[in-house]
Design a binder for this molecule. Sequence first.
Ligand code: HPA
Length: 272
Amino acid sequence: MNIEKIATQISQRLGKYKPRTGIILGTGLGNLGNSIKSPQIIPYNKIDGFPVSTVSGHKGQLIIGELEGKEVLCMQGRVHLYEGHPASSINTIISAFRQIGIEELIVTNAAGSLHKDMPAGSLMLIKDHINLNIPNPLIGPNNEKYGPRFPDMSDAYTSSIREKIKKIAKTQKIKLFEGTYMMMLGPCFETSAEIKALQVLGADAVGMSTVPEVICAVHSGMKVLGISVITNLGTGIQEQKQSHEETLAQAAQAAEKLNILIKTYIRDKDNG
Ligand code: HPA
């Protein structure tokens, strides 16, 4: 089974570390991984059975080490469903992380805003998500060892963690929006009509990731923190065309604020 195979291979490379916090860095947001001290670096393609990310702006390696004095395991670059990975491959990764001791998952992403007054460069704390159109990563036989058949999603983005982040944002004087994230499969950006539909559905930001990871994290009993970096307004809300290059450029600019939030949160955590 790939979960055990991957967990074993990562465990063998953990060295002295026993990280309990996992971090997934989104498009253009990989820089935080470079702040990890004494890192053990494992490229995804060196882990037999691990899906490999192929998108520019995603390095494709696990970094295990110390961030702000706390042990972390970081995915510098994620895998997306639009790359052709089956949704279940996300479950394999997250369940393997749980097997090696990860209890809390911090997910970041680049996203388009569905509100003019949440412009590019904003940070949005994810309070919930909408998944109507993406294959659920838990589809298939369920192994109770890794989590329940029917996970409860009522506090998927752990409210106690959201409260902590909001306090940190206030003290650090970082403006933090809070809203609902909707995933579209991609890889094309949305049409104007789709963006209007997402607004009606109640989403605040749209992106091409995160939801499967969070479903799997909840399934495996992890706490979750999710933050979107707004890199553009949704199609039709902004005049210029969408581009991956602009996503990367805006993400790099806003990453500094994101990194302060995450580093402060991790620094202030009680334990490893
Ligand atoms: N749509 C989908 N994904 C994205 C966007 C967007 O507008 N911006 C960054 N990732």
